[in-house]
Design a protein around this ligand. Structure first.
Ligand SMILES: *[C@@H]1O[C@H](CO)[C@@H](O)[C@H](O)[C@H]1NC(C)=O
Ligand SMILES: *[C@@H]1O[C@H](CO)[C@@H](O)[C@H](O)[C@H]1NC(C)=O
Ligand SMILES: *[C@@H]1O[C@H](CO)[C@@H](O)[C@H](O)[C@H]1NC(C)=O
Ligand SMILES: *[C@@H]1O[C@H](CO)[C@@H](O)[C@H](O)[C@H]1NC(C)=O
Length: 568
């Protein structure tokens, strides 16, 4: 995570790694370096590749795998995965799974694998070096078997434990020198900086690639997080990223090779006209970061529709075009202040949710960490962007987890027959969808399957019924007279394109909205432009592609019931 403002250049960053989980495979590591026998434990056995813009599992008929990761920080001064003084590693892995993630982005500092003095130091020694004696006591209680292992071995144990819990891992080289990441002048931001010698970097990431060859849950490697600083230039980006990618692929052909862009991983626009060239195929993924603070306080000082539209336009030209070039795009950092009090973050989140669902993007949330051992000179730093609370005992915000849960499952499978392709109506600010048995919101797993026609009508899949505006402040209704008038036309309006607008019988222009019981109604369209105090997001809906849901046509009796009760 970097606290960089896109415009201000005042920065402090932190960077993670990824881990991934897979539910369907029950094999052990291909080629375990350890002697232990983990036949009794579920673990992953998969090999991920890319198929156009999708990430797929070659060992499972090329089925799509959606990365729903959380970053687990292991790159700060002590160079140990955070939280081990608060909870046993296995308890943390199990919480990650229970919270619906299939993957961890596990961050590491390069020097952990290039400086043998650092890598061979024990966890106890490393904590003591930073004066963290209370933390040592906590690790002794919660992870006694890890406290006297070397830092490299602890890192391996984390990966193994995630494997035992079926969690995929993406190893993320967050920076070189252990510590909080990043800023403009930390001399650790671009090739040629004091702490970022390109040759040492390639040697280090290759060592990591070889070391984790035997771990089948290590499905990807992010070669370097958030490139930045005054040395940034495109020549070196192409030169070293291509070289690093080739060398990592040669050392470990199993992993996805994940490349980040310039300016704190906000910018991959240069690939539009100048594609990267590597000798291997179906293994390259690009990553992008997107935070609310990337745009300062624009989300609360501007009109929300306009800000959302503008930021998404920028994302499209900086990164999203890569999907059309046939590469997956991994949103490897995003997140919000989980206390819920940061209105800038709350508003950004609704915009992000609509975008991430629409493009069914792979992602990693910042972060699982509840508190850090030691960050920027402070021990026990409380991470307000963390999913877990300070003592790592439970979620900071269960409503946040519930809201993002639809993004954790794929909306679209791959190669599904055209008959199962349909649309669903997603409501970002609740994380819910128009439900299949009432004209209200419910879990997206039971979303109503729709077709969105060229005439802009929303037809219930497999029926003659379409969604119609009824009257101002009244629930929408279903009708079979679908082309008769403009009340069955739904147009995406405003700069965010997230208001669905229609007209009532007496020609009042209305927008879809929800009432206090999550019933879908039509109201006067809110704050379409200019106004910045009002928040339009109760009226934000996205018509998104889906293949994954129950496609049994709605039962006609039910339709009639709905029809009658909403026909006012
Ligand atoms: C299975 O996993 C648990 C914790 O995840 C671990 O303690 C145990 O040693 C593993 N069993 C084997 C046989 O490796
Ligand atoms: C949704 O599916 C349609 C039809 O396959 C396709 O043209 C469109 O690009 C898809 N939209 C997104 C956002 O992927
Ligand atoms: C349409 O009906 C609504 C009430 O349902 C009313 O508020 C509005 O003024 C009417 N508009 C016109 C153009 O008659
Ligand atoms: C709604 O979805 C549930 C669960 O997928 C399914 O059991 C039910 O039959 C569906 N209802 C309708 C009306 O399609």
């Amino acid at each position: 995570m970097s606290k960089i403002s896109f415009r201000s250049y005042l920065i402090f960053l932190f960077l993670p790694t990824l881990l991934i989980i897979i539910h369907h495979h029950h094999h052990h590591r291909r080629n375990n370096n350890d002697n232990d026998n983990d036949d009794d434990n579920a673990s992953t056995d998969l090999s991920l590749s890319t198929n156009s813009r999708w990430i797929v599992d070659d060992r499972n008929n090329g089925e799509r795998v959606k990365l729903s990761c959380v970053s687990w920080v292991s790159h700060l001064e002590v160079a140990v995965a955070e939280g081990l003084s608060k909870q046993p590693v296995d308890a943390i892995s199990k919480m990650i799974v229970e919270m619906g993630f299939n993957c961890v982005r596990l961050t590491y500092p390069l020097f952990l694998f290039t400086d043998d003095k650092l890598g061979s130091m024990t966890m106890r020694q490393s904590l003591q070096k930073w004066g963290l004696f209370g933390t040592v006591a906590g690790v002794q209680v919660n992870n006694p078997s890890l406290v006297d292992l070397s830092l490299v071995n602890v890192f391996q144990e984390i990966v193994s434990n995630l494997n035992n819990n079926n969690v995929m891992v993406i190893l993320d080289n967050h920076l070189s020198k252990p510590g909080w990441c990043c800023n403009e002048n930390d001399d650790d931001g671009f090739f040629g900086d004091l702490y970022f010698d390109p040759e040492v970097w390639i040697e280090g990431i290759c060592r990591v690639a070889s070391m984790f060859k035997g771990y089948t849950n290590v499905v990807g490697m992010s070669l370097r997080n958030e490139l930045r600083g005054h040395k940034q230039n495109l020549n070196d980006w192409y030169k070293y990223m291509q070289k690093g990618a080739e060398r990592v692929h040669a050392a470990n052909p199993n992993v996805l090779v994940i490349l980040s862009g310039l300016n704190y991983d906000l910018d991959l626009s240069f690939l539009r006209t100048n594609p990267i060239s590597v000798s291997f195929s179906r293994k390259l993924v690009f990553e992008i970061h997107w935070y609310g603070f990337s745009d300062g306080d624009d989300w609360i000082t501007g009109n929300l529709n306009e800000v959302c539209g503008r930021v998404i336009d920028r994302l499209t030209s900086n990164a999203l075009f890569l999907l059309d070039q046939g590469y997956p795009l991994f949103m490897s950092e995003w997140g919000v202040d989980q206390t819920g009090t940061n209105e800038n973050d709350n508003r950004y989140l609704n915009c992000l949710m609509g975008w991430a669902a629409e493009h069914d993007i792979d992602w990693a949330l910042w972060t699982i960490v509840g508190s850090y051992y030691y960050r920027e000179g402070v021990s026990g730093w409380d991470e307000t962007y963390g999913l877990l609370n300070w003592d790592w005992r439970g979620p900071r915000s269960s409503s946040f987890l519930k809201k993002i849960s639809p993004l954790q499952s794929p909306f679209q499978a791959l190669g599904s027959s055209s008959t199962s392709e349909h649309k669903i109506l997603f409501h970002p600010s609740t994380g819910l969808c128009m439900h299949n048995h009432s004209l209200s919101l419910g879990p997206c797993s039971n979303a109503m399957a729709l077709d969105y026609t060229l005439e802009k009508t929303l037809i219930l899949k497999g029926t003659n019924y379409c969604l119609q505006a009824n009257a101002l402040h009244k629930p929408v209704k279903l009708d079979t007279a679908c082309h008769a008038d403009s009340s069955s036309k739904w147009e995406a309006i405003s700069a965010s394109k997230m208001h669905l607008s229609s007209k009532t019988k007496n020609d009042t222009i209305v927008c879809l909205d929800i009432d206090t019981n999550n019933i879908i109604v039509t109201n006067i369209c809110k704050c379409l432009s200019r106004e910045y105090l009002c928040d339009p997001s109760s009226q934000w809906f996205k018509i998104i592609n889906s293949t994954s849901f129950n496609l049994a046509p709605p039962i006609i009796d039910l339709i009639n019931v709905q029809h009658n009760s909403y026909l006012l």
